[in-house]
Design a protein around this ligand. Structure first.
Ligand SMILES: [Zn+2]
Length: 339
């Protein structure tokens, strides 16, 4: 390439080549500019000065361009990160959150769930986990809510566009448990996540855990239900309790009841946990409706049983003295560190 060809080319090259490519093409030992300088000694003396200063101008242009682009690239240089890694892997040590100071522990809800399942397993119950996406049959129909039943509105259910439902209670598992563990005796607890389309406040969440339980055998009565639930709660709360069973309404039990315990914190004198009443309404329960037994392949003339559903979050709040259910899910390390 002679000087005039280079002058035509240089503008394109500056815009299309990387600094390293520019350097290799123009400035390196066998590059275009040193070659031009080589030719200078074969030129007439009067042309040398003009030629030399033009080549030097090009050289300066390229060098400046390379230098400028280097600074831009340096300014743009970010630390290399692994976008697939957890947050703390990509964060400099001094900026890492205090999670590194923690030894690591399971979430308080999971700790309580383990305690509760342990108690039930020692009482002879099986454990079967519930599903996080279910269908109309298990959410409603198998539980004696036929289509159009007004009690369906009691549950603010989330539906998917293709007709599946996010379980609003763990009773969705009753039919499966009756079929899987039948014929009786059936003793099973069914923990799982539930979802309700409702506004949140200190005692309501859109997502929570429930623990369903069912007990079916010959000659089972409300007395067995009261004894079983009381025994479990006394073991769990590690104190003696007085209990009351008061009327309630669920389509899938008959009779329908609510289990009320004496406040384990104030001996019925009244405190903030029990809302100054001395009693805590803890869970819905009742004798399983004959239609639910039939749907589960169990003959209600031969067998009877009871069921309950209790909120794990509620129990955790009571047991740990936490005053706001939302704290269990907002991921605040300062809060979780206490457990
Ligand atoms: Zn109290």
């Amino acid at each position: 390439m002679n000087l005039s060809e280079i002058l035509k080319q240089i503008d394109d090259d500056i815009h299309s080549l990387s600094p390293q490519e520019l350097k290799n093409k123009y400035l390196a030992k066998n590059g275009l500019l040193p070659n031009l300088f080589e030719n200078i000694k074969n030129m007439p003396v009067e042309e040398r000065k003009d030629f030399g200063s033009k080549v030097n101008e090009i050289k300066k242009l390229i060098e400046e361009n390379i230098e400028n682009r280097k600074t831009v690239i340096e300014d743009m240089k970010y630390e290399e990160i692994d976008p697939s890694a957890p947050f703390d892997i990509n964060t400099k040590v001094e900026k890492r959150p205090r999670i590194l100071d923690l030894k690591g522990s399971s979430h308080p809800l999971m700790q309580e769930l383990e305690n509760i399942l342990d108690i039930f397993q020692r009482m002879g119950f099986d454990v079967m986990e519930s599903k996080q996406l279910d269908d109309d049959f298990h959410m409603f129909e198998s539980l004696n809510f036929p289509k159009g039943h007004p009690a369906r509105d009691m549950y603010d259910t989330f539906w998917t566009e293709d007709g599946f439902v996010l379980p609003a209670h763990t009773s969705t598992m009753q039919n499966r448990a009756l079929r899987r563990y039948g014929p009786p005796p059936i003793r099973v607890v069914l923990p799982g996540r539930c979802f309700r389309n409702e506004a949140t406040d200190a005692s309501h969440e859109h997502t929570f855990y429930q623990i369903e339980g069912i007990y079916v055998d010959k000659g089972i009565s409300l007395a067995h239900m009261q004894g079983t639930i009381k025994e479990y709660l006394e073991r769990y709360l590690e104190t003696d309790l007085e209990i009351k069973v008061q009327p309630s309404y669920f389509p899938f039990t008959e009779p329908d009841t609510e289990f009320v315990i004496s406040c384990p914190f104030c001996e019925k004198k009244g405190c903030s946990t029990c809302g100054y009443t001395g009693w805590i309404e803890l869970m819905g329960c009742g004798m399983i409706h004959p239609n639910v037994l039939i749907a589960g392949g169990i003959d209600p003339k031969e067998y009877s049983g009871f069921a309950w559903g209790v909120g794990l979050d509620r129990l955790t709040l009571i047991k740990r003295g936490i005053n706001d259910i939302r704290k269990l899910r907002d991921g605040d390390l300062n809060f979780l560190k206490q457990f």
